[in-house]
Design a protein around this ligand. Structure first.
Ligand code: VGL
Ligand code: ZN
Length: 257
């Protein structure tokens, strides 16, 4: 039994081409800071009031992200927005709007806040029921007022489909639709993606995972994130680590003083 297989040998030119690509990113990395969902509802609004993300400490990420933004010369900055219509599937308040699938352990009508329910669809999806949050064009969906906004940034809006949630800023939870983030990063030749924001174990983790899947060198700046659940944060940390995500404190990011 051998791994060597005549038919699977890579062509020498292909090999050389692959190395050229590797060398390009090794010698000249292009960095992007992706700032995930630093919106009022996750800091002082509906989710924070239900002691959901951030353990009420979501606002602590703002000065840290600002420090990173002002000290580190990122080639690209992207802001993501949770951006839901009022009838969104993730809202606890909307649990009567859709029929529960027979295999769901909990009927949506009997569900408690943060329970997970399977809806019939289409598409059939398992969904955690969050308090209504980040409704499009409301104050709760605005970025925190103290967060520095840089010009020429990318702005990505996700979760606009009423029937499918989107934790990641790259794909929705069912991978039915891609946002523009990957194309926009690629257009700018980004190789390295630094992820910060809210919530560590939900949208930050999902975004970091898809960043790795899209072959970006992915770095999560831990002190610039806050999460919902300590256990879940650890689970996601191990999973991301296993897939090659790098975890750092903001103080060691090149350029930080
Ligand atoms: C998020 C819960 C629901 C997040 C978004 O941004 O982490 N969490 N929607
Ligand atoms: Zn949401």
């Amino acid at each position: 039994e051998t791994d060597f297989n005549q038919d699977n040998r890579i062509d020498f030119n292909e090999f050389q081409q692959a190395w050229k690509e590797t060398l390009k990113t090794t010698l000249k990395p292009v960095s992007a800071l992706v700032i995930v969902d630093v919106q009022n509802d996750f800091i002082s609004g509906s989710l924070a009031l239900h002691s959901c993300p951030a353990n009420h400490q979501g606002e602590e990420v703002v000065p840290i992200i600002n420090r990173v933004l002002t000290n580190v010369r990122f080639d690209v900055v992207a802001y993501t927005y949770d951006w839901h219509p009022h009838n969104h599937i993730s809202f606890y308040e909307n649990r009567y709007l859709r029929p529960t699938a027979p295999e769901s352990k909990i009927n949506a009508a009997d569900a408690k806040l943060l329970d997970s329910v399977i809806f019939v669809g289409p598409p059939k999806v398992e969904q955690v029921l969050w308090p209504a949050h980040c409704v499009q064009h409301t104050r709760g969906a605005d970025l925190h007022k103290d967060l520095i906004l840089v010009s020429n940034a990318i702005h990505v809006f996700k979760g606009a489909n009423p029937n499918v949630d989107s934790y990641s800023a790259f794909w929705d939870n069912m991978k039915l639709a891609k946002t523009s983030l990957d194309d926009q990063l690629r257009e700018r030749n980004v190789t390295d993606v630094y992820v910060v924001g809210l919530a560590t174990d939900v949208c930050v983790a999902a975004t970091a995972m898809h960043s790795i899947e899209n072959n970006y060198r992915t770095i999560l700046i831990e002190d610039a994130c806050r999460g919902v659940d300590e256990k879940e944060i650890e689970v996601k940390r191990l999973e991301l680590n296993r897939h090659g995500c790098i975890f750092v404190e903001s103080t060691v990011v090149p350029g930080m003083v």
